[in-house]
Design a protein around this ligand. Sequence first.
Ligand SMILES: Cc1cc2nc3c(=O)[nH]c(=O)nc-3n(C[C@H](O)[C@H](O)[C@H](O)COP(=O)(O)OP(=O)(O)OC[C@H]3O[C@@H](n4cnc5c(N)ncnc54)[C@H](O)[C@@H]3O)c2cc1C
Length: 307
Amino acid sequence: MADIVIVGAGHGGAQCAIALRQAGFEGTVTIVGRECEPPYERPPLSKEYFAREKTFDRLYIRPPQFWEEKGVCLMLGIEVTAIDPASKQLTLSDGSSFGYGKLVWATGGDPRKLPVPGGSLSGVHGVRTREDCDTLMGEIDGGVKNICVIGGGYIGLEAAAVLTKMGCKVTLLEALPRVLARVAGPELSAFYEKEHRDHGVDLRTGATVEALEGEGRVTGVRLGDGSVIVSVTDTGIGIAPEDQEAIFEEFRQVGTTYAQKREGTGLGLTLTKRFVEMHGGRIWVESELTKGSTFTFTLPIKPWPTN
Ligand SMILES: Cc1cc2nc3c(=O)[nH]c(=O)nc-3n(C[C@H](O)[C@H](O)[C@H](O)COP(=O)(O)OP(=O)(O)OC[C@H]3O[C@@H](n4cnc5c(N)ncnc54)[C@H](O)[C@@H]3O)c2cc1C
């Protein structure tokens, strides 16, 4: 049991615990996180960490000992699988229960799975966690040289740039007519397309992926025009928020209505921060949404406090 339990040991969850202590909160605080690492920054994963210019210890949001010094308990490598708001109990993936006084839900998002046949073959990697990056880097160390990056958003472009710099032969596929189409104007898209091509990336726009080919392990990417690219595949097609409908259903049942419904494809959705605090029947939601993403909330949502 902790006075405040924060679910999600990402930047949002970590910053929430830091802010509580900075504000003088003296109660018990526990962060439950699915990953095994103390909170770390994700942006370097597709930049300096991927390029091996920074070691992982330089990505920590705070040094590991900070949490103990501040009396913040980290429960890592554990997932919250259910919430019982009536008894204020969480069910954890190891089967145990954990009580809370107040609950902060800071679970961020997960990479979208490629919705095509072969999307879960081995050799298909996301770029979201340290584990994702370490696995991909291990493949490169093992001799993989041909890599297909699917998705011409920021993460896909960053990964393509670093992989090229590392000597890989990179093909980047973007389904839309230009890269960064949802976040930048045509001039900026054209600039990045040229930069990448000038540095040797085989960058193809309007390229739809029909299927990933291979027996057990990916060997190629089949495109809508029938052509096949031989590769290991790295996906950067955006994230889907951790909806975890089953968990939120519990809230609905006790009359605290919360629903979040993502409409459209969600492609290009950048949910850079999600912080939900539930207290006394109020819900605050903070998020940054890119154009083209639609969120529908069914609830009286109070405006974010201005002071
Ligand atoms: C490769 C990469 C590069 C990026 N570059 C930039 C950049 O240059 N600039 C920028 O502004 N942003 C960038 N971002 C985005 C930025 O990292 C995110 O906005 C930020 O990580 C969001 O933090 P968060 O805490 O809300 O969620 P997350 O970082 O997603 O953290 C949520 C955590 O909750 C855990 N979790 C989920 N469900 C459960 C559960 N049921 N129980 C327990 N734990 C759970 C997850 O495992 C995860 O560790 C980048 C992201 C990536 C992946």
